[in-house]
Design a protein around this ligand. Structure first.
Ligand code: NAP
Length: 290
């Protein structure tokens, strides 16, 4: 018999966890949310009637409790459940935040529960889920022994791959995820703005740039970051970078500090990868100070 699941926070991740785990044979003990309408919506999707806005009513009956609320309230929600004796002493209590460590669930541990965090390296943009969003992804896991064992098992059952993370390193791990996902979106937004200034329509911008991005990702996969770098910095083409600075300054000056910052870091990375000399790096980095 698989452990029963309680969900506190019926948003995007709570919905994905509940609907995926139920499909993998985990019974749902109940769901709870700030607004009862969200809890009823998820209960309906799970085919259960146990929905509430008082989480301790459902967490007491759950072997595994997910606190899938926004990061800022995980600790206080956990404390309020613990104050109501809402955790069974042998329960596993998990949150899904990438930035926070499991230690913010200390109040549940005082109740005898094992605590952990289980952060899916995936972007959940909506509560509408048609396919298993956990399939093939990594899920970063840390915490107490029992919590880590249960989280590893659930990750594998959801067809994802556990990634063990050191508790103290969670902020750095999460910063890496933000750079790879959120900042990629920021980078693409900047590229769209520049290419539209060059006369490409907004409708075409993505399809024009997509093969370039996909080819670059494939190159990183094949030869690694140092060798995948192409373009003016790694060619030592100082004049071209100056031309870019001028053109951006004239058309989209709000992007100039951003572009300079990326040239600065690209030159550093190119030097570390033995693609350009330290002297050339200094030339590029001095240009970026202007
Ligand atoms: N979205 C992602 O891509 C993603 C990826 C990985 C990890 N995560 C993590 O997953 C967790 C949840 O994120 P999310 O994107 O699913 O957020 P979300 O869609 O905003 O859902 C959060 C839910 O928590 C509920 N809630 C808010 N305050 C509450 C409280 N005091 N008590 C009980 N429920 C409360 C909200 O309830 P109502 O609907 O009732 O107002 C909402 O449904 C976060 O720790 C986040 O860092 C998110």
């Amino acid at each position: 018999m698989k452990p029963s699941i309680g969900i506190v926070g019926c948003g995007r991740v709570g919905t994905a966890l509940a609907t995926t785990l139920i499909g993998k044979g985990y019974p749902i003990a109940g769901v709870s949310s700030l607004h009862i309408t969200s809890a009823h919506r998820l209960a309906g999707l799970c085919g259960i009637s146990n929905a509430t806005d008082r989480p301790w009513k459902i967490t007491r009956k759950a072997d595994v409790v997910f606190l899938s609320t926004p990061d800022g309230v995980i600790e206080s929600v956990c404390e309020s459940i613990a104050q109501q004796n809402g955790f069974s002493p042998d329960a596993v209590v998990l949150h899904c935040s990438g930035a926070h460590a499991s230690t913010i669930l200390a109040s549940a541990r005082k109740s005898g529960a094992s605590i952990g965090s289980m952060h899916p390296l995936q972007s959940f943009a909506s509560v509408d889920i048609s396919q298993n969003p956990f399939k093939g992804i990594r899920i970063a896991i840390e915490g107490d022994f029992n919590a880590v064992s249960a989280a590893n098992q659930m990750a594998r059952d959801m067809e994802s791959h556990p990634l063990q993370i050191i508790t103290a390193c969670k902020p750095l791990y999460h910063a890496a995820a933000v750079v790879a996902s959120n900042f990629l979106v920021t980078l693409m937004g900047a590229a769209f703005r520049l290419i539209q200034q060059a006369g490409v329509s907004p409708e075409e911008a993505f399809s024009v740039l997509k093969p370039l991005v996909e080819g670059t990702l494939a190159n990183i996969d094949r030869v690694g970051v140092a060798q995948a770098l192409t373009g003016p910095v790694v060619r030592g083409d100082v004049q071209t970078v100056e031309t870019h600075f001028r053109a951006i300054g004239e058309t989209t000056p709000e992007l100039l500090p951003f572009y300079r910052c990326l040239v600065h870091y690209t030159a550093m990375q190119a030097t570390e990868g033995n693609r350009i000399s330290p002297d050339l790096m200094k030339i590029f980095q001095d240009m970026c100070k202007a």
